[in-house]
Design a protein around this ligand. Structure first.
Ligand SMILES: C[S@@+](CC[C@H](N)C(=O)[O-])C[C@H]1O[C@@H](n2cnc3c(N)ncnc32)[C@H](O)[C@@H]1O
Length: 487
């Protein structure tokens, strides 16, 4: 069996053995996402087809697997048909089985309905299964939705992963033991090296001082879990940001006596953060919560704001976002008729223009590279202001970070249209996400081009041609544009 470990035997029938149909079928059953190379060879009188399976991204060396398929000819008058038997299974996915797969999704408290609708509209192959405040699960009824070949793209999902179900007990040690047993079955010899354990949100971010993140309860539970699981997985670390591709066990504390267990492969930026919430070292005083929002937006959107860059912020008072930009070494033009926090207003690299956005003359906007917009107005107004700056004033900027307020959740249905408007303004890379630190609003990052980590320092920048279609979805993995629809 060419050295492959035999895990499963399946039979697949093809109408013909033409390469595209095999490729298509392999994709359908979740074996390959991107590139799929086929090689045919004979061994004795049997014909073998080797399929090189590429999971769409190179996570680690072990990702590339050879899947060997035997084909047997069954001649018929009409067409040649082949029965293919799968003899090997990619070792990359730790729990790839023929049994049903479930996804878990964490979102903001209050956004469950919106998040559920968005996912069901986008993925007909998913069926809603279960929800609690800030937590949803879906059953993958389409067999192509499988680990290794699927990435969920969603604006309102803060984090997603593969769900293994829940465990109930009023005793924390018992819960930890149950999870450890579940992980033991799941892990086999698979390289899980990270454990993320967090509590679902208790309320809307910013309400009564609540902010998402690792609560003391989750910290304690995580330590107990770590002790329970570590004998099996000695290298396991707790609640550190996972590296891209790192297999991560997720434990969500839904109630004190109900924990949900899942895992993901940290392919998306938000998956590297426990619970999809980035961890920051906070400055001694925040001028406003907007510091958290814009910091998360910059990390998630991979926005290369550099020292000396000029940032114009529309809706800048009292000044949390400006404070963050100043900390990064940017020069800030703060546009807001309202008063700025003195600690920010007095900074030598900040100019406060005390006017409404439309009353700011172009001469006050010299050399602006980035536009941050956070006005407490409906999205239609915010988009009009941005269009005015980009199209009428012809600001030659690299990108926009905009907060779109959703005074009514129904506006969430317009997200694709909002994205298209940015594309029409000449931003081919548009990402939307309800940030962990957003309230009833969402963040749009619109860029003139995709910035990659290794080119962050480059000053070369060309304005692209206007694009026709929305080029990119939501919280995407780095260097991956649009995952196949429904895949
Ligand atoms: C949510 S607050 C902004 C918070 C701010 N980004 C921070 O970092 O603290 C919204 C601000 O938008 C301002 N605003 C509303 N309409 C505006 C307009 N047309 N031009 C400029 N500012 C506006 C309001 O005065 C208010 O201070």
């Amino acid at each position: 069996m060419s050295g492959h470990e035999l895990r499963r035997r399946g039979r697949i029938c093809f109408p013909s053995v033409r390469t595209p149909s095999i490729r298509q079928h392999c994709r359908k059953i979740g074996f390959c996402h991107g590139v799929c190379r086929l090689f045919e060879y004979m061994m004795g009188r049997t014909r073998w087809i080797a399929v090189r399976v590429d999971f769409g991204r190179r996570l680690h060396d072990g990702d590339m697997q050879w899947l060997t398929i035997r084909s047997e000819t069954q001649n018929s008058d009409v067409a040649e048909t082949f029965t293919l038997s799968i003899f090997a299974f990619p070792r990359q996915s730790p729990i790839m089985s023929e049994s049903a797969q479930f996804l878990f999704v964490c979102c903001q408290i209050g956004a469950e309905k919106t998040c559920k609708q968005e996912i069901l509209n986008r993925y007909p192959g998913l069926k809603f299964a279960f929800s609690r405040s800030g937590f949803l699960t879906f059953k993958a009824v389409d067999t192509s939705i499988r680990p290794g070949s699927f990435q969920l793209v969603s604006t309102f999902a803060r984090l997603w992963g593969w769900s293994l179900g829940k465990t109930n007990s009023s005793d924390t040690t018992e819960l930890a033991k149950n999870v450890a047993a579940q992980i033991e079955t799941l892990a086999g010899d698979k390289p899980f090296t990270m454990l993320h354990c967090w509590q679902r949100d208790l309320t809307m971010p910013g309400k009564n001082g609540f902010e998402p993140g690792i609560s003391p309860v989750a910290e304690t539970a995580g330590q107990i879990l770590l002790e329970a699981i570590q004998p099996r997985l000695p290298g396991l670390r707790l609640n550190r940001p996972s590296k891209r591709g790192e297999l991560t066990i997720c434990v969500v504390l839904i109630e004190s006596d109900e924990w949900w267990v899942g895992w993901h492969d940290s392919a998306m930026i938000a998956q590297s953060w426990p619970g999809g919430v980035p961890q920051f070292e906070l400055p001694p005083k925040l001028a406003s919560r907007a510091w958290l929002k814009v910091h998360e937006a910059v990390l998630w959107g991979q926005i290369p704001i550099e020292k000396g860059d000029v940032v114009a912020e529309i809706g800048s008072a009292p000044g949390g976002a400006a404070q963050y930009m100043l900390e990064r070494g940017a020069t800030v033009i703060a546009i807001d008729p309202a008063e700025m926090d003195p600690s920010v207003a007095e900074h030598p690299s900040l100019t406060h223009v005390r006017r409404r956005a439309r009353d700011v003359p172009k001469r006050d906007l010299m050399n602006v590279r980035w536009l941050v917009v956070d006005v407490n107005m409906p999205p239609s107004y915010t988009l009009e202001v941005i269009r005015d700056y980009i199209e009428t004033r012809k600001l030659d900027i690299r990108g926009v970070i905009a907060t779109l307020k959703l005074p009514d959740w129904k506006l969430a249905a317009e997200v694709d249209q909002y994205r298209q408007q940015f594309v029409n303004m000449g931003f081919p890379v548009v990402r939307t996400r309800q940030l962990a630190f957003n309230r009833q609003e969402l963040c749009v990052v619109a860029l003139r081009k995709r910035f990659e980590r290794r080119t962050l320092k480059s000053n070369k920048f060309k304005k692209p041609r206007r694009q026709e279609a929305v080029s990119s979805g939501d919280s995407l993995p780095e260097n991956v544009d649009v995952p196949p629809q429904g895949a």
